[in-house]
Ligand binder design. Structure first.
Ligand code: LMR
Length: 345
């Protein structure tokens, strides 16, 4: 018995020594192999967004993936998560600095959690055309706002468009400010939109994008404001009878990344990605304009009752919404508001 256990111990000892020396002798190789493996492993970019794959943002995210994977010869892999599959916007905005996601494209107003000035897009009837919006974000206005994110380890890569917002609701045609009285509207976030609806005698209920359809269906809210394309691709026509074409605010995006992640990319890769972003941004803005026009036609055919505000109505709305400027012009920044107005010229 004693002899057996001695032999057993000996086998264990020799086996252990052999294993040890074996691992030491191949140790360098293993590390090298590991290094090689690591360098041949693709860089993975997770891209999270909340809209449908066939929206201007969804199509652009997919085009970005396609071009990156083609042009980096497999060095970079892009995983696109549409329709809030990975995160809703609020969560994505929190997660980006932690690098659990590397690309996001939230509506600019949702960055209010970093700075109130991002609500400039909600100032009623401020921007008068798509071109003015591009001029603002591609110019000094965009630079001032991008700087505000730097200290949070967030880098702005581009501004992507969606367009003018319009009202929908299930209760009645909204033609004049007084028609809003007592209605509840889903909003994206922020105090400016609260005040916009308060100025019309209505109330604002902030809510994540993925929850809106059910809230409209169940009557938790009576209406909402969004672009033609979001109204169309989210199927709101099924649960909203009235559409008021107002163009009272904007819904556009900032394509954002984690600064440390971006700076850690090999230079050639980063350069390729930046070139692709310029190309995709141009196409994204074209899609935004085209798809919103198409969606408007679809909404008119959907059975929704559509009312286009006249110039006279518009003036009444501007007057009714004036308190928004009185309350928020300072926190948004008079300089930014002036730059937006200049972009309209
Ligand atoms: C919304 O929440 O209504 C929008 O921000 C959704 C989007 O990304 O277009």
């Amino acid at each position: 018995m004693k002899k057996m256990s001695f032999l057993f111990m000996l086998v264990l000892l020799v086996g252990g020594l052999f294993a040890c020396s074996n691992s030491q002798s191949t140790g360098t190789n293993t590390t090298e192999e590991k290094k090689e493996e690591a360098s041949s492993e693709p860089i993975v970019i997770k891209f999270s967004h909340v809209t449908a794959p066939d929206s201007p943002k969804g199509k652009a995210a997919d085009l970005f993936k396609q071009l990156v994977e083609e042009r980096t010869n497999g060095k970079v892999k892009v995983e696109v998560y549409p329709s809030s599959q990975l995160f809703d916007d609020d969560k994505a905005i929190q997660e980006l600095p932690r690098n659990t996601v590397q690309l996001i494209a939230p509506s600019t107003t949702k960055l209010v959690s970093y700075d109130p000035a991002f609500q400039i897009v909600d100032m009623p009837f401020l921007f008068t055309s798509d071109e003015a919006v591009y001029k603002f974000w591609d110019g000094e206005g965009g630079q001032i706002l991008s700087k505000k994110l730097e200290k949070y380890n967030i880098k702005v890569l581009a501004m992507w468009a969606n367009g003018d917002k319009h009202f929908t609701n299930s209760k009645r045609p909204l033609k004049k400010p007084a028609d809003f009285k007592g209605l509840k509207f889903r909003t994206q976030t922020g105090k400016v939109l609260d005040e916009q609806f308060a100025a019309l005698g209505a109330s604002a209920v902030p809510m994540g994008f993925s929850e809106v359809y059910v809230a409209l269906q169940q009557g938790t809210v009576d209406g909402q404001e969004n672009t033609f394309n979001n109204i169309d691709t989210q199927g709101y026509a099924e649960v909203q009878k009235y559409l008021t074409v107002s163009g009272h605010g904007r819904l556009d995006y900032l394509l954002l990344t984690n600064t440390k992640f971006w700076d850690s990319l090999p230079e050639d890769v980063r350069k390729t990605l930046e070139e692709i972003i310029v190309e995709v941004t141009e196409q994204q803005r074209k899609w935004s304009e085209e798809l919103n026009k198409e969606s408007y036609e679809k909404l008119k055919e959907s059975g929704m009752e559509v009312y286009e505000l006249t110039q006279e109505d518009m003036e009444e709305f501007q007057k009714a919404m004036q308190p928004v400027y009185e309350k928020f012009a300072d926190s948004i920044g008079q300089d930014l508001i002036e730059l937006a107005k200049k972009a309209n010229e």
